[in-house]
Design a binder for this molecule. Structure first.
Ligand code: FEO
Length: 131
């Protein structure tokens, strides 16, 4: 799978959030590069863990801002965040227990998880946070 390319379509014009999204793209690409170049299991585990840990931190940033701005979609957005994290942690656990390999399918899930979520859900709060 090719690396994720940052594009202006992902920009929300909320600097803190845009910076965090860019960082997640970069962490995903590090993981993807590790998969493409046959890095060790320990290195891949480390890269996956960085991606998931930073995603958890990013979701917390967003949720704090949503509450601060009384965002009407907060409950639904948080529900989606929680489901994404649960799914990612299950994947992480399965990989660390040697039950799965990091495959193309995993990459597609993780990259779609990042890009679709930004375009579908994050874009909705952008205008409120910008004010
Ligand atoms: Fe940028 Fe809702 O995650």
């Amino acid at each position: 799978m090719t690396p994720l390319k940052w594009d202006e379509k992902y920009i929300l014009n909320v600097k803190e959030i845009d910076d965090e999204h860019k960082n997640l793209f970069s962490l995903f690409n590090r993981l993807q590069d590790g998969m493409n170049t046959g890095k060790s299991r320990a290195e891949l585990e480390h890269a996956l863990s960085d991606l998931i840990d930073n995603t958890v931190l990013h979701f917390a940033t967003e949720e704090k801002l949503m509450q601060q701005f009384s965002y009407i979609g907060f409950v639904e957005h948080k529900r989606v965040h929680d489901a994404l994290i649960a799914e990612a942690k299950e994947l992480q656990e399965n990989f660390s227990q040697d039950r799965i390999e990091l495959s193309e399918q995993v990459s597609v899930f993780l990259s779609g998880w990042l890009t679709d979520h930004i375009l579908d859900m994050d874009k909705k709060y952008g205008p409120l946070f910008k004010k």
